[in-house]
Design a binder for this molecule. Structure first.
Ligand code: NAP
Length: 294
């Protein structure tokens, strides 16, 4: 058997085109151009590439974007002052703080300082709380990208057993919250899953992952999920991005899993491009929310 390849790159292009059309209509009707402010602290090359890719995607969608760079030895005050300015700038609709921050900065404190109406990553506790309650303001980009892949590939999770490996605040936990809700803004098929969340203390992980109709790997370990961990015909979503001497690889051993799974996302070209597409959509959404009252 050879699995269906879920082409995140093509789906992301489809979503970006939809967003670009919606941005053009929004600009036409309001005269307001959605704007994303990206904050990059330090000189981590991978972070610089991520931010550049996000800015380019914004440009293509008609969203203005500015890069605000601080040196790696920036003080907490400098960064919080910058965020304060962006929070109160009426021309800025979305604020993105590229992670990881240098260790000298308190990430939680910084993310908590972002205006929750401009929090296009959905990391602010107010937005996390709304998501947990099933009334999200913004859907976090990577989990939303996963849900969109499933939805647009007609893989319904309703009533299915989804196993998520990883419980991070950025991926695993919010994804589990999204899939277990009674309703989803993405569609009726994207809610009501039975969700199991695994982590580094999970006993007999393979016995749990083999129960999955949909298995999501978000643990950050190269090619960790092997064919023996996958039930025949299951859908496997690979969130992982691991830099190895062979280049970028996911958390799934694609070579073996593709012969067991019913469907699988590749790396690169799976969840990664979807994350950026959902950021564009959130920035437009933020602009709509902030313009609605004008
Ligand atoms: P993270 O914060 O490091 O969290 C990893 C999670 O996996 C933790 O909950 C950890 O458990 C669990 N875990 C680690 N090793 C495990 C093991 N052997 N067995 C079971 N669980 C294990 O990582 P993250 O930020 O969620 O990122 C996960 C991966 O996704 C990384 O490769 C990252 O680069 C990638 N990523 C991709 C995108 C994208 O756009 N495609 C976006 C974000 C992240 P504990 O909680 O017990 O430590």
């Amino acid at each position: 058997m050879s699995a269906r390849i879920l082409d995140g790159k093509a789906l992301a292009a489809e979503i970006a085109a939809e967003t670009a059309a919606a941005v053009a209509a929004f600009v036409q009707s309001t005269g307001v151009q959605p704007r994303l402010a990206a904050v990059l602290v330090g000189d981590d090359p991978a972070s610089a590439v991520y931010v550049r890719n996000k800015q380019r995607a914004c440009q293509r969608a008609g969203i203005a974007s500015d890069l605000h760079r601080l040196e790696s030895d920036a003080s907490p005050c400098q960064l919080l002052d910058l965020i304060d300015r962006l929070n109160s700038d009426p021309l800025v609709h979305g604020i993105l703080v590229q992670l990881p921050l240098p260790p000298s900065l308190d990430t939680t404190r910084v993310l908590d300082a972002v205006n929750p109406w401009k929090d296009v990553d959905a990391f602010h506790p107010q937005n996390v709380g709304l998501l947990a309650q099933g009334r999200p303001r913004f859907l976090p980009c990577t989990p939303h990208g996963v849900v969109q892949i499933l939805h647009r590939c007609q893989i319904a999770v309703s009533g299915q057993h989804v196993v998520v490996v990883g419980r991070s605040e950025i991926v695993g936990k919010p994804l589990a919250l999204m899939l277990m809700q009674r309703q989803s803004p993405v569609g009726a098929d994207a809610a009501n899953a039975t969700v199991t969340v695994c982590h580094s203390r999970t006993r007999d992980l393979a016995a749990v992952t083999r129960q999955a109709d949909v298995l999501v790997a978000a643990l950050g370990a190269a090619r960790f999920v092997t064919a023996d961990m996958v039930s025949p015909g299951a859908t496997v979503i690979d969130v992982g991005i691991n830099r190895t001497h062979e280049g970028l690889v996911g958390d799934v051993d694609f070579a073996s899993v593709q012969h067991v799974a019913g469907a699988v996302t590749p790396v690169p070209g799976g969840v990664g491009p979807m994350t950026i597409a959902m950021l564009l959509s959130n920035t437009l959404h933020a602009a709509r929310l902030q313009t609605a009252g004008l």
